[in-house]
Design a protein around this ligand. Structure first.
Ligand code: NAP
Length: 445
């Protein structure tokens, strides 16, 4: 019976997707899909009985004849109406096929366990591999359950462990990781009545962001994901959401235009390599890549027109005063010894912008307030970039990858095991990777 119901879920989803294609008017579409959802919801739950299936079947037929047809006559084109009617008939046939034997009682669901990586401030690198993490559930109708392929590591991940304070900010036991790629395993709408996540289907390849990504499964809002192109490797998809969004916003929000002169500090890192590539793709006149000598070839190969080795070259002498439009600093932290902002500000044009990806708390607060009030109260010529996730930006990243405008550098792919994960975090903390550090959770084609 469970197999039948599961198979019914999948077929229903296909049918409803066909309905969506048939409708062009979004208001009407939302209304129809809501009504159909209301009808099919009782039969896609695990406890569905054959009575419930039979009941849904008759309601669907009734809905098709009495509601849908007049609605279609009034609101949508003849072709759309015909296509929609056919979809509903197909839906009825599908439901009919799966009338199962009567079922009594209620299923008691055990919480499933999965393997994941959790914070453990006492362990090496403050993370532990565990096979007893509770598998996340779909909590809201706008949630999606995703089978994780790859997770990208970010400095924010180990920063969380650094901020651990027992009883106040306890991270121990919480899943590590922020960005991921994977495949949709289940959809919340099957248990709810929201329609806004309808575009996604079970089996879709997606990438996105959530809090706690490093497990076999994650449950997250459909707002935080987008389709990854079919040919994009999962490792690449997991390298893009956080750094891709931050790189793009660093340039776009600061007026990046064709002909600009851009400099990138930390040009070989997970974020910096994307800034270099995006600046080049957006038509920069020149892109100065600042990194250690061992990354020179890689940084030039992705679009830097000039390479500067921060260890052996004097950046102040190498750059001309008043020559730069945007400087993106992917290295400095509030406590960094090297004060790049002081050194490089004279190199900016009067209209130029210094973009800090890890600004001090006061500058971050100014940025926060600016966004809230819609008026910029940041220091002049300065932007504390926070690169918040935005689904449109994910869509743009996907299309830029397809157009070969960006090819994120991947430093290394680590295994999903105790040693692999610790090595990955050790390398991340080292801060000298050439591109993104990722962990492959599951091999997927
Ligand atoms: N606001 C946001 O949305 C956002 C998003 C992502 C990241 N971030 C922040 O952005 C920063 C970069 O992140 P990431 O993931 O790209 O880190 P990463 O891959 O570790 O890159 C850090 C870079 O810093 C460079 N570096 C180290 N010492 C340097 C020095 N003395 N002078 C110049 N460069 C130096 C390294 O270059 P070499 O290897 O060549 O030495 C490396 O490429 C982090 O602070 C991170 O927290 C912010």
């Amino acid at each position: 019976m469970m197999d039948r119901i599961n198979s019914l879920r999948e077929e229903l989803q296909d049918r409803v997707a066909a309905l969506q294609d048939a409708l062009t008017n979004t208001d009407i579409r939302a209304s129809i899909i809501k009504q159909i959802n209301d009808i099919v919801r009782p039969i896609v739950q695990d406890t569905a009985s054959s009575d419930a299936v039979q009941n849904a079947l008759s309601r669907l037929s009734e809905f098709s004849q009495n509601v849908l047809t007049p609605m279609l006559d009034n609101y949508v084109s003849h072709d759309a109406a015909e296509s929609l009617s056919k979809s509903v008939k197909d839906l009825v046939v599908t439901v009919n096929k799966y009338k199962g034997p009567a079922k009594t009682g209620t299923l008691v669901k055990r919480k499933k366990k999965m393997t994941g990586v959790v914070y453990n401030v006492k362990a090496d690198e403050a993370v532990s591999f565990s096979s007893t993490v509770v598998q996340p559930q779909l909590k809201k109708s706008a949630d999606v359950l995703i089978k994780v392929a790859t997770v990208g590591l970010n400095h924010g991940d180990h920063a969380k462990a650094d901020k651990h304070i027992p009883l106040i900010n306890n991270v121990n036991g919480k899943l590590v990781g922020t960005e991921f790629s994977g495949i949709i395993e289940n959809l919340g709408w099957l248990k709810g009545d929201h329609v806004h996540m309808f575009p996604f289907a079970i089996g879709d390849k997606v990438f996105g962001v959530t809090d706690g990504a490093m497990g076999e499964y994650i449950s997250c809002s459909a707002e935080n994901i987008f389709w990854a192109p079919a040919k994009m490797p999962y490792e690449v998809a997991a390298a893009l959401p956080v750094c891709g969004t931050a790189a793009y916003r660093s340039l776009k929000d600061n007026g990046m235009s064709a002909g600009y002169n851009v400099a990138v500090i930390g040009a070989a890192g997970a974020l910096g390599n994307l800034v270099v590539q995006m600046a080049a793709s957006m038509g920069a006149e020149s892109v100065v890549g600042i990194a250690a000598e061992e990354h020179a070839e890689a940084v030039e190969s992705i679009g830097a027109t000039t390479f500067l080795d921060y260890k052996t070259q004097n950046i102040e002498d190498a750059l001309e005063d008043g020559s730069l439009d945007i400087v993106v600093d992917c290295y400095s932290k509030p406590d960094s010894e090297e004060k790049y902002e002081e050194k490089i500000k004279p190199k900016l044009k009067a209209t130029g912008k210094y973009v800090a990806l890890n600004a001090n708390p006061i500058d971050q607060a100014r940025k926060f307030v600016s966004e809230k009030i819609g008026y910029n109260v940041q220091r002049s010529g300065f932007d504390a970039q926070q690169g918040k996730l935005n689904r449109n930006d994910l869509a743009l990243l996907a299309s830029w990858w397809e157009e070969e405008k960006i090819r994120p550098l991947i430093d290394r792919v680590y295994g999903f095991n105790e040693e692999g994960v610790r090595d990955a975090f050790r390398s991340l903390k080292g801060g000298h990777s050439q591109g993104k550090i990722v962990v492959r959770v599951k091999d997927m084609l």
